[in-house]
Design a protein around this ligand. Sequence first.
Ligand code: NDP
Length: 419
Amino acid sequence: MSKVLIIGCGGVASVAIHKCCQNSDVFEEICIASRTKSKCDALKEKLEGTTKTKITTRQVDADKVDELIALIREVQPDLVMNIALPYQDLTIMDACLACGVNYMDTANYEPEDLNDPEWRAQYEKRCKEQGFSAYFDYSYQWAYKEKFEKAGLTALLGSGFDPGVTQAYCAYAQKHLFDQIDTIDILDCNGGDHGYPFATNFNPEINLREVSAPGSYWENGHWVEIPAMSIKREYNFDQVGQKDMYLLHHEEIESLAKNIPGVQRIRFFMTFGQSYLTHMKCLENVGMLSTEPIEFEGQQIVPIQFLKALLPDPATLGPRTVGKTNIGCIFTGKKDGQQKTAYIYNVCDHQECYAEVGSQAISYTTGVPAMIGAMMLLTGKWNKPGVYTVEEFDPDPYMDALNQWGLPWQICDHPALVD
Ligand code: NDP
């Protein structure tokens, strides 16, 4: 029986909150705190009467550590679930340390202001050291490891689908299916259609930054970086069909390369339709993806933030999105001296998600694992002081919970491999 403070009330948080409210035995009380309190109040009103979980709401600016500390001291939660944006990861971790509370999130830190000269200098140094140039990486949050250890607190990083469930699949494969994993291909397919010429399935600013950045993969102990969208493959996804997919940099590659001993190659592919890519290229070419503020009619505006205001809110895509997602990991390796392959994946239907919680499958496949990660910490199934990613814990209770709470997985022993 626990009390949780949930920060953020967007597409993913809304699903996680629905799921916490279905699981009142664990989530006895939740406080939803976000920048726009009216969204928290509207969700509380929708859920009250359908759940035994007690819900309260607060306003908070999670960029401000002092505000967060005051809120945590007032609410006295057992855990803070950060489902705001990656920009807030460090301020929320600082506040958790100051208040002695466990922490979790769904995406690793990235700075909001990419033009800050001090940050830029550190970033360029880190690019050389790391061998990839993504704006997001684990270094910022891994730097908190000792502080969390000393405080006897746990920080669980990236408990969404990818990152998150994909790492649980890897830990499961390592524990039960393979003696040695040689290669991992993470395949993220959204076969859904929302009927708009262009929209993103989660926060547009975060999404567009991710897909317009150079791709990279891990091979034989080092990173290989490639121009954005320059490696394309086709794959025939169960229950979705044939799709084009492109190699992207993705955060879980970084932690899996450390935590899966002897792995030789890890790649991440995501499907995109031609229309999405054409729109994105065009927006990029005219400067709409830029994070650099410009002066417009006496006002400073950031192009990508202005674009976000024009695009459909991902939280409104639910009723109009049809089709399925298929996300999983293909493994090659050895078991008992024999070569072996396996594919662990989940298929999720957009309309079924909407019927259950009022959201499309992208928010659903992220919000459910957020609730499950929180449940692992709150029930003591996952509990060790420090800062950890999902594959560093026992996958079994998490994998069981995925089956129980709406993201059942399956294993195919002889999948088609990606060349
Ligand atoms: P949304 O933009 O829909 O929601 C973000 C929420 O955070 C909003 O409620 C927003 O408030 C709130 N927020 C933003 N800034 C602040 C602030 N300074 N203080 C307080 N609240 C703030 O995003 P999503 O729900 O789509 O994404 C949530 C997270 O999930 C992101 O970190 C994203 O990267 C991650 N994600 C992870 C995936 C995975 O598989 N691991 C997949 C998809 C997303 P307001 O309403 O005022 O804007």
